[in-house]
Design a protein around this ligand. Sequence first.
Ligand code: ADP
Length: 207
Amino acid sequence: LITIQGFLGFLEKDIVSGNLVRVTADCARITSAAAKMQQLLNELLELSRIGRLINPPEKTPFEEIVRDALDTVSGRMNAKQIQIEIADNLPTVTVDRQRIREVLENLLDNAGKYMEDQADPRIEIGCRQLDGETVFYILDNGIGIDPSYQNKIFGLFEKLNPSVEGTGVGLAIVKRIIEVHGGRIWVESQGTGSGSTFCFTLPTAIH
Ligand code: ADP
């Protein structure tokens, strides 16, 4: 909004002075700032809806949701020739399937996006038992996350590298969806260059 207001001021001056080249450039900046604002508002709206609009939980094999999510993000995965491994011990979960698919799409897309120039890119999707609870994880060998930022990235509009595409809303949505399901989410990483493992818990059904 500040960008739009600023360039409206320039636009007014450039119209008065008759500088048409600058008028065109001002309009382009205003258009792109308005588009960015629209995207942010749409994502905020999406975030605000999550707490209310939840489909009834269904008993679903977790692997099926993983495969659905991989279908959506396969473009980036193939382009970067990322090797994907899915564990064969994934349980059945009782969840809003559509929402958990969104969670996985987001985490997988980030894993691919923050891979940077890794020569042997790899993503692993699995689960492990921790104190009687099933912890699902998505592990990548990408750029990693410094421990001091590991809580921050789940906040709204938080992004560590402003030049990479994205609004910093994705992980806030992911966290909200997991919490609506009664689960927790966190990230484990030794820091820059050592990859990241996003972990979360979910209600599991007896299978
Ligand atoms: P964005 O739209 O910026 O991707 P997200 O909320 O999805 O927003 O992620 C927030 C920030 O967390 C990102 O900007 C990035 O800095 C960091 N991040 C998320 N996933 C990963 C990952 N797998 N590896 C390294 N950094 C990550």
